[in-house]
Design a protein around this ligand. Structure first.
Ligand code: ATP
Ligand code: MG
Length: 622
């Protein structure tokens, strides 16, 4: 403040620190953004301050707004010339003219935000508090400096700010001010959802967020900005039986959670945990009031509410959605018998959010009957202990079943569909129930059983048989289906890849076709054979397969370009497809080698994916 003051002195400018920073000095709230008002342009002062701070400072000038910002690692300093404002009916953006400090203080929203401290040397530290902000802080009151109807009508965001400050600071809104909010509530429609969301986030981060929601309700803003929450208000009675007021219950849960955790998203989950109750409320002559499936309905409402209120649609939303959906589960455990499998299931479904879910559920136990609350909380702690025990024993918190949907689809040749989900769930459930252990082999068996139950055939068109032989070029692995040779390469991993692609089950055994292949390979290595005559099992597009079969017709030793080969195969532009086909099918040894010939006729190398042939060719040279 000294540095800014003396800089302003050099420029012969009056300069003040104003608004929130001054307020927070008195309220002893830490803050690192300071707002400065100068009489005359604030931009020059900002420039000079930035210069004096040197390298540490970053200056940003916003000419259109007549403001400038100086940022250091620690501070955010905003500079603006004192101004006077007048408003249009349809916008909260005022017409701005230069003014005095007094004008500037009058345009501020609340008395506690309208104080200024002079920074010029001869008046350093002088407090200018024209609306008795100090008094209002002592009385703990939020009050507008001028006619509140004009203040709120000019900029309806101030209504949200009033509620937010009252919640953050634990202040009351002055009755006259509050009445004006009530009268002007409808004007909130000219404020963007983003700005409203910002204030709501600040309310939610406050020590007792329920205060804010109650104020929003009382002043009539709630149904305008959050109708789904307002819909939870009230008690209906039927044959003398009422249900609890779900709005007040929700706020109680919210405060309980706020006491236990600073996490703002857990607080949102608390606020929304019963949001589905308005839609699911039914009167049942036997059961009384019911809210069946309100957790699931609420879960479905969360993304829509977040989108509408411009809250983030990222993992925070998903987290809130999940907790809303699961919030009945631990309670159900308290009420029913606590079996290991029910606990395992809960752990699995909640994953890493289990602790937060438990905080929410404990907070959800509200009743006027303290004995009941006490008994419930004790049972609840029992569930908690059980959760810890079972997690230690079975580690299901983040477990992944050993067989996933992908594997089920390849095994049975299924597209993503209901049976895939059914089998997947059956495996998961069996593990959670403890019916099978969390291992591949039992899961695989169960998968086959479930498929049989559904009448699904194994998609494996028989098997992909493979064997490994030794040869002059190292050990070779060959694999064949009923249709033909499907793989010839160096390792078993290659076989598995091809098997997956062809939906075949790899089995290590030698079939007649494989013996034939082994025989022909032997002759090739002896130098008594130049061409292979074996059926092939190929993959690729129709065109690629056609191109590939054409490749096989090229006589040993003939040189042909991919382009020319493409023309022969009926697609002059298909050279890439041929290269691709060649690359896709790891059985290249059975076709003549594709050499890449340079324009001058020299050997440029070999087509990609045929390194096995390079090795064979080098063998031939020797
Ligand atoms: P916080 O920083 O905690 O949000 P704040 O009061 O500092 O609270 P800012 O948005 O930083 O709020 O605004 C700084 C000052 O600018 C306020 O103290 C107030 O004097 C003035 N101000 C901000 N918004 C408005 C508004 N909508 N109408 C009138 N004055 C405002
Ligand atoms: Mg501020």
């Amino acid at each position: 403040m000294k540095l800014v003051g003396s800089t302003a002195d050099e420029l012969h400018r009056e300069c003040y620190v104003v608004g929130g920073y001054v307020r927070d000095i008195f309220l002893e709230r830490p803050s690192n953004d300071m707002d400065f008002v100068t009489v005359g342009s604030g931009i020059d002062v900002a420039r000079a301050v930035a210069k004096r701070l040197g390298k540490r400072a970053h200056l940003a000038v916003f000419r259109t707004y007549g403001t400038a910002q100086v940022k250091t690692r620690q501070w955010e300093l905003e500079f603006v010339g004192a101004r006077r404002e007048s408003y249009h009916r349809e916008s909260r953006n005022p017409i701005v003219e230069d003014g005095t400090l007094d004008d500037d203080q009058k345009r501020r929203d609340f008395t506690i935000n309208a104080m200024a401290i002079c920074l010029n040397k001869d008046r350093y530290g002088e407090l200018l508090d024209p609306f008795d902000g100090i008094g209002d802080m002592e009385r703990r009151i939020i009050r507008t400096p001028l006619d509140p109807d004009i203040t709120f009508s000019d900029d309806p965001l101030r209504m949200m700010r009033a509620v937010r400050f009252a919640t953050q600071l634990g202040f009351e809104i002055y009755p006259e001010t509050f009445e004006a909010i009530r009268r002007n509530a409808k004007r909130i429609h000219i404020i963007t959802r983003e700005r409203i969301a910002e204030e709501l986030m600040k309310i939610m981060r406050s020590p007792q967020p329920s205060r804010g929601w109650k104020l929003l309700d009382q002043c009539g803003l709630l149904p305008l900005i959050f109708p789904e929450l307002a819909a939870l208000k009230g008690v209906e009675t039927m044959n003398g039986r009422g249900h609890k007021d779900n709005f007040l219950h929700t706020l109680q849960v919210l405060d309980n959670v706020a006491q236990a955790s600073d996490s703002v998203w857990l607080r949102w989950a608390a606020l929304l945990h019963d949001v589905g109750k308005a839609r699911t409320k039914r009167w049942d002559p036997q059961l009384g009031w019911t809210f069946h499936n309100h957790n699931f309905i609420g879960e479905k409402m969360v993304p829509k509410i977040f989108a509408k209120m411009r809250l983030p649609l990222n993992e925070h939303m998903k987290y809130v959605k999940k907790l809303v959906g699961l919030h009945m589960r631990p309670i159900a455990l308290v009420e029913e018998e606590v079996t290991d499998s029910a606990v395992r299931r809960l752990l699995f479904d909640a994953g890493d959010d289990i602790d937060d879910l438990m905080i929410l559920c404990k907070a959800d136990i509200t009743s006027k009957n303290q004995n009941k609350v006490q008994r419930f909380r004790e049972n609840f702690d029992l569930v908690k202990r059980k959760l810890v025990d079972i997690e230690e024993k079975d580690r299901v918190r983040n477990f992944q079943p050993p067989i996933d949907g992908e594997e089920i689809m390849t095994t049975f040749g299924l597209a993503p569909s209901r049976p895939v989900g059914y089998i997947k769930d059956a495996i998961k459930e069996a593990i959670l129930d403890g019916a099978i252990t969390n291992h591949y082999a039992p899961a695989y068996r169960l998968m086959l059983d479930k498929a049989t139950e559904l009448g699904i055939q194994h998609a494996h068109q028989g098997q992909l048989c493979y064997t490994t032989i030794s040869s002059p070029v190292g050990s070779l692995t060959i694999a064949a289906s009923e249709k033909g040779i499907a793989y010839l390469g160096w390792d078993k991993a290659g076989v598995e890849k091809v098997a997956k692609k062809l939906r075949l089950q790899p089995v290590e055994t030698v079939t007649p076709l494989l013996s034939q292949c082994i025989k022909q390979l032997g002759e090739y290595f002896d130098g008594t054979r130049r061409e292979f005559s074996l059926p092939l099992h190929l993959t690729g597009t129709e065109y690629q397969l056609k191109a590939w079969s054409e490749l096989q017709k090229i006589p040993y030793g003939e040189t042909i370009s991919y382009g020319e080969q493409a023309t022969r195969s009926g697609n002059p532009k298909g050279a890439r497809a041929i290269a691709q086909a060649n690359h896709n099918n790891p059985v290249s040894i059975v076709v003549p080698c594709h050499r890449v010939i340079n324009a001058d006729g020299t050997l440029g190398g070999y087509a990609p994916g045929i390194d096995i042939k390079q090795r064979l060719l080098s063998l031939e040279k020797h």
